[in-house]
Design a protein around this ligand. Structure first.
Ligand code: GLN
Length: 274
């Protein structure tokens, strides 16, 4: 239980984090989380004495092994809000903000539509939609009980728990009744794809991998979309799946399909209207 000042402990941590981008910033973010203080506090109190530096340095060592910062601090930012995350849910990605923007651009703010979020994970999509649409009926579903627990916690932290119905279900198996809009950022990565260790070793495989081809779950969602006669499907996909998706959709009498790109200019999602 070594006592050190903020400045001394950051000097140690930044060396441990030398292989990570922005080592000082990350050392500070982990320390701010550990002390329940802000980074400004650290900058203005460099001589502040930390009583138990070992526990802080344990967290730094985990980060040095590439555990994502979000899992260390149990927090991730999405669409301007802080969400709770743990090992049971995917860390929100910036690309998924584009999916939200697409929905907002096509659907009236006052819609009374039934919106279903398939594979809600940490709940980010349903929660942002619940904040935006005042009259829509939003159902967030996931096959994982553990992730639904996280999603409910986030809905409560962000004050929309009364606006979302959470259901444990494999795809739409447990869902009856009319659905107008399906939204999904499902697992779509090919099983054989080589991922960075910070993703592969820490994020839930159930949330990442879609099957040997990658698009298996996407195909099931598209099938359900037509079977249930929904009006819109907003969905994320991998950058190499555009042709596969087009082929699947061609089997159905759709009105329009639009593919959209992410911030790197890669294909990232599609919108089907029927
Ligand atoms: N909908 C959640 C997200 O976008 C979960 C996605 C997933 O687990 N595949 O982060």
């Amino acid at each position: 239980m070594k006592k050190l000042s903020v400045k001394q402990v950051i000097d140690i941590a930044k060396i441990k984090l030398k292989d990570i981008e922005n080592p000082i910033k990350e050392a500070e973010l982990i320390l701010a989380f550990y002390l329940k203080k802000t980074r400004i506090f650290l900058h203005t109190n460099a001589e502040f004495i930390i009583k138990d530096t070992d526990k802080y340095l344990d967290l730094v060592n985990e980060r040095a092994k590439h555990k994502p910062l979000e899992y260390i601090t149990s927090s991730a930012c999405f669409y301007g809000y802080d969400f709770y995350v743990n090992k049971d849910v995917l860390i929100p990605r910036a690309e998924t903000e584009i999916l939200i923007d697409k929905i907002k651009s096509k659907i009236d703010k006052n819609t009374k539509a039934n919106i279903v979020d398939i594979g809600c994970g940490s709940g980010i999509i349903s929660i942002i939609l619940a904040k935006y649409f005042n009259n829509a009926k939003i159902t967030a579903i996931d096959i994982s009980k553990a992730s639904l627990k996280v999603a409910k916690k986030n809905a409560s932290l962000l004050n929309v728990e009364d606006k979302i119905n959470f259901i444990e279900s494999n795809l739409l198996e447990q869902i009856d009744g009319e659905i107008d809009i399906i939204v999904s950022n499902p697992p779509y990565i090919k099983n054989s794809e080589k991922l960075d260790s910070n993703v592969k070793d820490y994020e839930p495989h159930l949330a990442l991998f879609g099957g040997d081809y990658g698009y298996e779950i996407l195909e099931k969602i598209i099938q359900e979309f037509f079977k249930r006669k929904c009006a819109y499907l907003f969905c994320e996909m991998a950058c190499y799946q555009r042709e596969d998706i087009q082929k699947i959709v061609n089997k159905y009498p759709y009105k329009a399909i639009e593919f959209y790109k992410d911030l790197s200019g890669l294909d990232r999602g599609f919108i089907i209207s029927s």
